[in-house]
Design a protein around this ligand. Structure first.
Ligand SMILES: [Zn+2]
Length: 241
């Protein structure tokens, strides 16, 4: 007898296999990340096909097969059509979902990650300006949840609270204060401004109201944040290998 499992799930993406089958990646409320075989899901007549669209919120049913879990039913709970109509939003949501596929171990229930995913997708749908702040919001909170968080309040070396100053340095271990800069870490240091640090703190506190009011459409801030995330993600990817 097959046990039928049922859970809420968000569609992250898929990998096509065979002629008409796909492995569909779901983040589920009950089991965390799951890769489930959608049999004949690419056939036009498949009722699973129309429901299993990326970023949809679903109720799914599956059984454990010999090699894969097999999708047996899927019901749409909520769709976010605004995302698929806007190329920038769609790209951002793919980026968010790909992060789950890359970094999350399966299967492991994690309600914090579930809430972050649901919130970040809906935030992408709702925000029209400063979408890169949504990206930054997602990335730093995601990293915190999977154990790679950075403390943006304190110097990582002396653990003292960072005092306001014109600029700071971001290193592979975190932010350093003036006193510790130069003697503390080997490796790259990225200079970031006070306003960039303020944005990162707001993100970490999940103060969405304040975040939406920040006029951060400044190219320099964007550049600083991009440099930081690219550098830090590079380090994490290296460690994860
Ligand atoms: Zn220090």
């Amino acid at each position: 007898m097959f046990v039928n499992y049922r859970t809420q799930a968000i569609v992250l993406g898929r990998k096509n296999i065979n002629e008409a089958d796909s492995l569909v990646y779901f983040f589920t409320k009950e089991f965390g990340l799951l890769k489930i075989l959608g049999k004949s899901i690419r056939k036009i007549s498949s009722k699973l096909k129309s429901a299993a669209r990326d970023f949809n919120f679903e109720e799914i049913e599956f059984v454990q097969g010999k090699k894969f879990k097999i999708l047996t039913d899927i019901y749409s709970v909520k769709k976010l059509p605004e995302i698929n109509k806007d190329l920038k939003k769609k790209k951002l949501c793919h980026f968010i979902c790909d992060f789950f596929i890359e970094f999350v171990r399966e299967p492991e229930k994690d309600l914090k990650l579930w809430n972050l995913l649901a919130f970040s997708l809906q935030m992408t749908r709702d925000w029209d300006k400063n979408l890169y702040l949504v990206y930054q919001f997602f990335i730093w909170n995601f990293l915190k949840n999977i154990g790679f968080g950075i403390d943006f309040e304190k110097c990582f070396n002396c653990h003292k609270k960072l005092k306001p100053q014109k600029s700071f340095y971001f290193t592979k271990k975190g932010i350093v204060c003036d006193f510790c800069e130069g003697k503390s870490v080997a490796g790259k240091k990225i200079k970031i401004s006070q306003i960039t640090l303020k944005i990162l703190r707001t993100i970490q506190k999940k103060d969405i109201k304040l975040l939406s009011r920040l006029k951060a459409a400044d190219k320099n801030i964007l550049k600083e944040m991009d440099l930081m995330t690219a550098y830090y993600l590079g380090i994490i990817r290296k460690n994860e290998q």
